[in-house]
Design a protein around this ligand. Structure first.
Ligand code: ADP
Length: 387
């Protein structure tokens, strides 16, 4: 765990780069720092491994004040990945990755085993790459070496300063995905500096938004998107960004409450009446406890009108539904296969609490994208109130 207690930084030219920082990064947590250029992200990160010395306050790692740890020793125990890789050009890939184990005095066999294990882990075939030099590798491959080197001595903490910033978009995305996969098993404590909000949203457990040496908000991606602390954070994230990230929107927030429901023993004519009143062509059939049973459509009723006594006889039981904890992304995935373009939303006990329709999804997303294009601002109460 990393703890900042009233940490500030004034550079020798008296520039007060970091005002007062108080935060904790939990063990195994992936945290990103983001903010406009010059806001103090890199300074904050470099104070953790004492590449920059803080002026006031305390920085603790697992409760231990870093000022009491030898800086060289400290750095050997903290992985560090930077944008321009920082590989040694005259060292082979194997030597570059084995640098920290070498400095720590590991024996040859253990070191080689570890280096090969890491090369496999980051997708570099040792037989092909171990004896090559950095300049023989592509940017993406070099960055994989950078990640492997940072992991070499199995440090608890890894600092990453725009590690994928210099890569082309496809390679960047590939490395992001691979790091997410690695992090699932390695569970390192990662402090990640980026200027790319999509990258931060995709990778982080929590995101710290900084401005002028101050931490404005430190929250989960979902919370940041939904409840930005102030206008600056909202502007910085982008007012409509949540609509580009449907995995952060809960269906509960876009569903229509009070859906048209009916008991299975309703007669067809009453069902039609109810549809007319509610201006819908489907009814969600629920049992006496309000639990989802199926869907009845006007079309099915119409075609069987003369042959049935209750709507139960034409209810479509095999119908998609989603629990309230699902996301708009889940809804987008199944909507095209959901009959009549409607998805009932149910509680944990399968009680119907709302409905998401093809039309409501379309209006929610298309409205915001169109609004973005034309520079029109849509208010957030737009969501959930549209048919
Ligand atoms: P970021 O990483 O968010 O772009 P930095 O942490 O690099 O920002 O810098 C924060 C502020 O401190 C900037 O205004 C920068 O110009 C200033 N700064 C950084 N390094 C030094 C230094 N060695 N001496 C004086 N000012 C510095």
């Amino acid at each position: 765990m990393i703890t900042f207690e009233n940490v500030s930084k004034t550079y020798s030219n008296h520039f007060h780069a970091i005002k007062v920082l108080n935060f904790e990064v939990q063990t195994g947590e992936f945290v990103s720092f983001i903010g406009p250029s010059g806001c103090g992200k890199t300074t904050t990160m470099k104070m953790i491994n004492r590449l920059i010395k803080h002026t006031e306050g305390k920085i603790l790692i697992n409760g231990k004040d870093i000022s009491s740890i030898n800086p060289v020793e400290l750095r050997r125990n903290i992985g560090y990945v930077i944008q321009q890789i920082g590989l040694f050009p005259h060292y082979t890939i194997e030597e570059n990755i084995g640098l920290i184990p070498e400095l720590k005095g590991w024996d040859k066999i253990r070191k080689k085993q570890r280096v090969y294990e890491l090369m496999h882990m980051v997708g570099l075939e040792p037989d092909r790459f171990a004896r090559k030099y950095p300049k023989e590798l592509s940017g993406g491959q070099q960055q994989r070496v950078g990640v492997a080197r940072a992991l070499a001595a199995d440090p608890e903490i890894i600092l990453m300063d725009e590690p994928f910033g210099a890569l082309d978009p496809i390679t960047r995305e590939q490395l992001q995905d691979e790091f997410i996969r690695l992090q699932k098993t390695l569970k390192k404590t990662v402090v990640f500096v980026t200027h790319d909000m999509d990258e931060a949203l995709k990778m982080s457990d929590r995101i710290a938004i900084m401005k002028d040496g101050v931490l404005l908000q430190f929250d989960t991606p979902e919370k940041l998107l939904k409840q930005p602390a102030d206008g600056f954070v909202e502007e910085f994230i982008g007012k409509t960004r949540i609509y580009q990230n449907p995995e952060f929107i809960k269906v509960k927030d876009i569903m229509r409450d009070n859906p048209a429901v009916a008991a299975p023993d309703l007669t067809p004519s009453r069902a039609f009446n109810q549809m007319r009143q509610r201006r819908t062509d489907t009814l969600i059939v629920v049992n006496e406890n309000g639990q989802f049973e199926g869907i009845v459509s006007a079309y099915d009723l119409q075609s069987h009108m003369d042959k049935i006594l209750t709507i139960q006889e034409v209810v479509q039981e095999q119908h998609f539904y989603l629990e309230e904890s699902s996301t708009a992304q889940d809804a987008l995935i199944i909507i095209s296969e959901a009959k009549q373009g409607i998805i009932p939303i149910v509680s944990h006990e399968k009680v119907v609490i709302g409905v998401v329709t093809r039309a409501s999804l379309l209006t929610t997303f298309a409205g915001h994208w169109a609004g973005r294009k034309e520079g029109v601002q849509y208010e957030s109460d737009f969501v959930g109130t549209t048919p």
